[in-house]
Design a binder for this molecule. Structure first.
Ligand code: HMG
Ligand code: MG
Length: 288
């Protein structure tokens, strides 16, 4: 069994996007550096989305322009060609991966992306082409893999269908999101099993929110299925602005503690990680 697990740190993007108080570029860079200092090697640092929809991500271009040269895969979320142009406008940027996102449920697609699932995939095709031309990685998020805040339970076959389309469109990897944290281990397992019919486990990540305190159990069923990539946010930052009821992301320190206890290697230093978590919580609570 492969005992190496890769963690994708999403705190600076998924974690902070819901914070109402503006967090400036220097504060975001300090958090990003603290994550890198802890040994996290894959970090999502911002989103080139509409600042009207997600004001907290409005300074993402400045964050990207000032990323340090480190041995980290820097990732950003891009919803459309407009977002891609925003990234392209930054000279000599260090971003190595673009993340695109679709929903497995129609209700969340409408709320988060203002279009149907099929339209959202159509819209992504030129973005994915352009990312490939730039020789960057493309990560495809599938949100609402078990439950949608608007439509209720989501069928595993629906998750597999969307995943298949994303892989077919050229995504290098997928991240399966229990966006509102309502997934039980049984239902997460069913969704993951369905996706593994269309994608290799080495290309699939689990992305859990801890609303009902079951995120770690959901990680455990994914590990059983052979998944070795998980997303998390330092300090348990998070909540999605377009997913009512979504609580924080699984905290990176909780995930790392669990993985190390279970005998997995993550490359993360737990002491340094606690510093990053403290910084993250300070940003959230407004004292820094
Ligand atoms: P739209 O309204 O359908 O598109 O937005 P539009 O093309 O009509 O544009 C509307 C306005 O936004 C226009 O401005 C555009 O110029 C502007 P106006 O003319 O009104 O002044 N605009 C942009 N501005 C900057 N950058 C852009 C951009 N695109 C349009 N890229 C769109 C479509 C997708 C852009 C919009 O709905 C949007 O930005 N949504 C934000 C979605 C988002 O960031 N959600 C949170 C992340 S997803 C998530 O958290 C889940 C995840 O973590 C996984 C999980 O937890 O499961 C990934
Ligand atoms: Mg999320």
């Amino acid at each position: 069994m492969d005992d190496r697990v890769e963690i994708v740190e999403v705190g600076p993007r998924d974690g902070l996007q819901n914070e109402a108080r503006p967090i400036d570029v220097a504060q975001k860079l300090a958090l990003i550096e603290a994550c890198a200092d802890a040994g996290l090697r894959h970090i999502e640092v911002g989103a080139f989305v509409s600042p009207k929809w997600v004001p907290q991500m409005a300074n993402s271009a400045e964050v990207v322009a000032r990323l340090p040269k480190r041995d980290v895969l820097w990732s950003v979320l891009v919803p459309n060609m407009r977002g891609m142009a925003g990234l392209d406008a930054i000279e000599d940027h260090l971003v190595g991966e673009i993340a695109v996102f679709v929903s497995a449920s129609e209700g969340f697609s409408r709320s988060n992306l203002n279009c149907s699932i099929d339209e959202s995939i159509e819209r992504l095709l030129p973005v994915i082409d352009q990312v490939k031309n730039r020789k960057l990685n493309v990560r495809g998020y599938v949100s609402c893999i078990t439950d949608c805040p608007f439509d209720g339970p989501v069928a595993p076959s629906q998750v597999a269908q969307v995943s298949d389309k994303l892989m077919g469109a050229g995504c290098d990897s997928l991240s399966l999101g229990d966006t509102i944290g309502k997934g039980t281990p049984e239902r997460v397992d069913a969704a993951v099993a369905a996706v593994l019919d269309v994608a290799e486990p080495s290309r699939v990540a689990g992305h859990f929110h801890d609303t009902n305190g079951r995120a770690i159990e959901n990680v455990a069923v994914c590990l059983e299925r052979g998944l070795r990539i998980f997303d998390s946010a330092v300090g348990g930052l998070g909540g999605c602005p377009y997913a009512p009821g979504a609580a924080g992301n699984l905290a990176t320190e909780t995930l790392v503690g669990y993985l190390h206890g279970a005998g997995f290697d993550t490359g993360v230093d737990e002491t340094a990680l606690m510093k990053a978590a403290k910084l993250a919580k300070g940003l959230r609570d407004g004292h820094h």
